[in-house]
Design a protein around this ligand. Sequence first.
Ligand SMILES: N[C@@H](CCC(=O)N[C@@H](CS)C(=O)NCC(=O)O)C(=O)O
Length: 325
Amino acid sequence: MTHRAPFVAESAPSGEFVRQPNRFNGRISASSRSGPGDGPDADGLWPVEPGRYRLVVSLACPWAHRSVIVRRLLGLEDAISLAVVDPIRDERGWRFWLDEDHHDALLGIEFLSEAYLRTDPAFTGRFTVPAIVDTRTGLVVTNDYPQITLDLSTEWTAFHAPDAPDLLPSEPSVRAEHDALVEDIFRDVNNGVYRAGFATSQGAYEQAYAQLFDRLDALSDRLRTRRFLMGDAITEVDVRLFTTLVRFDAVYHGHFKCNRNKLTEDPVLWAYARDLYQTAGFGETVDFDHIKRHYYATHDTINPTLVVPLGPDTSGWTTPHGRDS
Ligand SMILES: N[C@@H](CCC(=O)N[C@@H](CS)C(=O)NCC(=O)O)C(=O)O
């Protein structure tokens, strides 16, 4: 028997949550043949142009959070502007209600859906963040969240800060190991918490829960002997794991029923997450208020009262982690 699904179109008959595909997958690329101000070239590549594109995010959203962190780590804040939506979403989707007059200053729109529907009037999916919107035309270039951060690393190098880290390993075998880890973490952890939280059958929930904690145990073992997932340096996969870990105790443990243990009860993962949190580019991009208000006050099939819990105490995030010794 299945029950009310948060997203009916993405709920399989088994009760499993099956995420919608990313509809807009334009690329902004250094190899685009388009000139400044032009649209995409014949291969669909938009030109890299500082000041032209707007990254629209919710600070609550883990998929968007990745792009906020990577943009900051690479020093792309002046090249790509940031729009932050109200953490509360209703049936009209994300809204720019934190802004003056309830409209985004550059895009001039009240709801993100306006950009989606301008790009594809027949679009019927969810209007999701992150999205990169072209400020010249108001069109959505991409909502392809896995590709967005990769392109910030590889296509925007001309605008990286001089001390920007290499977030993608260059040695092919190390890159392959990195990418395999990315896949495992996406399936079992990043999307795994959603598969647990949005499951509408006991079986689908239990399968997601088991996969999640098996993978977290394996990652905890891996991080026992290395500071970061790929060794001594932070890479993209650390960013991707961090955005789920930092939300774990605040929303996934309770709201999504991922409650075998809290992050703070796994000494290795907890120290690793604090290490990242205390690294420039990570902690200052975390907004626990947006995170909690979004999850608890938006997913009304899971939390019908929309009451937002007061805890947990987040002061532990700034305590010493000891991972550098
Ligand atoms: N683009 C992806 C992932 C991004 C995503 O799910 N973002 C969420 C926030 S974490 C969102 O924008 N949801 C809007 C909605 O459900 O209406 C998808 O379509 O599943």
